[in-house]
Design a protein around this ligand. Structure first.
Ligand SMILES: Nc1nc2c(ncn2[C@@H]2O[C@H](COP(=O)(O)OP(=O)(O)OP(=O)(O)O)[C@@H](O)[C@H]2O)c(=O)[nH]1
Ligand SMILES: [Mg+2]
Length: 204
């Protein structure tokens, strides 16, 4: 596509979304799910960092997302420094509801990302507590009432229990992301969706 006036592409600027959390909590699976890409049941640990681009469709809004999927393996932690978080639009911290250590470790991930104790005014922070499908509902409630999770609420914009596997609350996360970083006009989104449908129909 040739566009003479670069500002036309302004709404298409990618949004940098950094995802952090312990190994195995479901970060890579979550990114695949939210981008409607293939899911793999088997665990394939992320090595170092993987950056994945994709489009998040939220009804009449579109986000051109760039997910930074950082390995949960501690051998890579030392590599993390403030330079990684320059221009981050949203920070997502993830833990596994069935793994208490991964919830406790969120505080360490906050530190590694350089997040101070107060909510950042400029970049939304979302905590996702995954694998709700393997934890009884009562346990989820209990976890939410613990001192640890209550103390985290003041450090983020939202804490959402999800199940990547069962697609629980994934739509809610899409909405939250769209509300946090939406800068595309509805008209542009409609045109983009139309263009994409045409491309799919004509199987380009
Ligand atoms: N039961 C259940 N399993 C899940 C869910 N989400 C992911 N998993 C499984 O958890 C395992 C780890 O998922 P990954 O997405 O690879 O975890 P990760 O956080 O990217 O791990 P690292 O790359 O090592 O940091 C995989 O076997 C997934 O299939 C979920 O919502 N429920
Ligand atoms: Mg991974």
């Amino acid at each position: 596509m040739i566009v003479k006036n670069e500002w036309i592409l302004e709404p298409m600027k990618r949004k940098k979304i950094f995802v952090l959390g312990d190994s195995g909590v479901g970060k890579t699976s979550f990114i695949s799910r939210i981008l409607n890409q293939n899911q793999h049941e088997s665990y394939d640990p992320t090595i170092g960092i993987v950056i994945r681009n994709g489009v998040i469709d939220e009804k009449d809004r579109i986000i051109f997302a760039e997910f930074w999927d950082f390995s949960g393996n501690p051998i890579f932690h030392q590599a993390l420094g403030p330079e990684w978080f320059v221009n981050v639009d949203v920070l997502i911290f993830m833990a596994d509801l069935s793994n208490t250590t991964s919830i406790q470790d969120l505080k360490r991930w906050f530190e590694l990302a350089g997040v101070t104790s107060r909510i950042s005014e400029h970049r939304p922070i979302i905590i996702l507590l995954n694998k709700a499908d393997i934890v009884p509902r009562n346990t989820v409630k209990e976890i939410f009432s613990t001192q640890l999770v209550r103390s985290l609420t003041s450090r983020c914009n939202e804490i959402i229990p999800i199940s990547v596997k069962d697609e629980m609350s994934i739509q809610h996360v899409r909405q939250t992301l769209a509300n946090s970083i939406d800068n595309t006009s509805k008209t542009f989104t409609r045109s983009f969706q139309f263009l994409r449908r045409q491309l799919q129909l004509s199987q380009y």
